[in-house]
Design a protein around this ligand. Structure first.
Ligand code: FEO
Length: 400
């Protein structure tokens, strides 16, 4: 017996969950695991939507075979050629020699790069924006979505059932724990952070392209969203779209302050804690403090996508920024974050220069308001720096 899930009479989830994975893309911690979704439509012509990651591929092959139950596999729609979804494409082309791969021209090129397929062009049906495929009872329309999150990406709209197969869009970190639909769980409590962290880190750089996809999707009547990761959406889809709208326009979800600090012996940490306390005393309720040496960048980037104000506090290290903080700031810049108010706190026992250097990384980003108040410590917080921290707290609150 295989673990597959029936979505409708003719549509099955045939993907897999990986709870042993430590780092998604060998970069992002996923303590709650990862789901690789693949869908199989049984119609006059049978269609598989994407494959999975290698980690779950053994069961995956069995899942597909068990749902087909001897029927032919006519088409494999490849939305995205990143190997967390395409790992089994080569195998599927080998196991199902009559099957046509349906994908964009750019995806076909990538199939040739990843796999050795004889007569590749004869095995592929190239589709472009608006092309359709009738499978019998279903009319599939292909919609390109370049850079969400690679250039070859497309999504598929099934006009018959008003289903959007959305590729990486609307996905999330986290394995699926039985409940397949977002409306079956407490999404805000148990999934939103995973969803936001996935978006910020995986797709966050491509806000303009996500906006383009949202505009195309706005013209469709969508009653079910089937992403390649995380849960499926059949209710309250507008809520998720609004989150994507905020994230992809780099608009804060909430007023609040993220304080990320790099500290070796605790003095910069004390300054960060003091500022957090001062903000709380001034009535700010959303304050999140992170030690950049203890918390992975991906969580802090996610918080930065959520909140309106950011403060970075770093020691000066080898005349530069402390390494973990420097990595975080470059991570934020690489993901195109915009529209935030940002402050810096520096420390350096003999020559504090980290504030200026941190500012140089963040200031070029679009619509960043840089606080002029920059507490400058020379080892520990003294009365002068305490006053500077109070001035910074006042400026943050005044601008909220
Ligand atoms: Fe889930 Fe961009 O791959």
């Amino acid at each position: 017996m295989n673990y597959v899930r029936k979505i409708r009479e003719d549509l099955y989830w045939v993907g897999g969950n990986d709870r042993r994975i430590a780092l998604f893309e060998n970069a992002y911690p996923v303590p709650s695991g990862m789901a690789y979704n693949s869908y199989l439509l049984l119609d006059d012509k049978n269609v598989l939507f994407d494959t999975t990651d290698r980690a779950v591929s053994e069961n995956y092959q069995k899942n597909v075979a068990s749902v087909l139950n001897g029927k032919p596999l006519d088409y494999l729609v490849v939305h995205h050629m990143e190997p967390d979804h395409c790992w089994a494409v080569g195998e599927m082309m080998e196991y199902y020699p009559q099957m046509k791969v349906v994908c964009t021209a750019a995806a076909m090129k990538m199939i040739g790069q990843f796999f050795d397929v004889e007569n590749l062009k004869d095995r592929v049906m190239i589709v472009a924006e608006g092309d359709t495929l009738n499978t019998g009872h279903h009319e599939l329309t292909f919609v390109t979505a370049p850079m969400v999150h690679w250039p070859e990406v497309m999504v598929t709209y099934d006009a018959t059932t008003k289903t959007l197969f959305s590729a990486d869009a609307f996905g999330s970190f986290g394995a699926i724990n039985g409940n397949l639909y977002a409306d079956e769980v407490d999404y805000e409590k148990d999934w939103l952070e995973n969803s936001r962290r996935y978006y910020a880190n995986i797709v966050g750089k491509y806000g303009v392209q996500v906006q383009a996809l949202l505009k195309k999707a706005a013209g469709l009547d969508i009653q079910l969203v089937c992403p390649l990761h995380g849960l499926l959406w059949r209710e309250n889809i507008g809520w998720l779209v609004e989150k994507y709208n905020l994230w992809s326009t780099y608009t804060p979800e909430e007023k609040g302050v993220v304080i990320a600090y790099a500290s070796i012996y605790g003095n910069t940490e004390t300054a960060a804690n003091m500022l957090a306390g001062m903000l709380a005393e001034r009535g700010v309720r959303n304050v999140q403090v992170f030690d950049v040496s203890a918390t992975h960048d991906s969580y802090i980037l996610s918080a930065a996508f959520r909140f309106s104000h950011l403060v970075f506090a770093s020691i000066t290290y080898n005349n530069g920024i402390f390494t973990n903080m420097e990595n975080l700031l470059h991570h934020i810049a690489a993901h195109n974050l915009q529209n935030r108010t940002v402050g810096f706190i520096e420390n350096g026992t003999w020559a504090p220069t980290s504030g200026k250097q941190m500012r140089q990384i963040i200031e070029p980003l679009k619509n960043m308001t840089i606080l002029e108040q920059m507490p400058s410590l020379k080892s520990a917080v003294k009365e002068e720096q305490y006053q500077q921290l109070e001035a910074m707290a006042d400026a943050i609150v005044a601008g909220m």
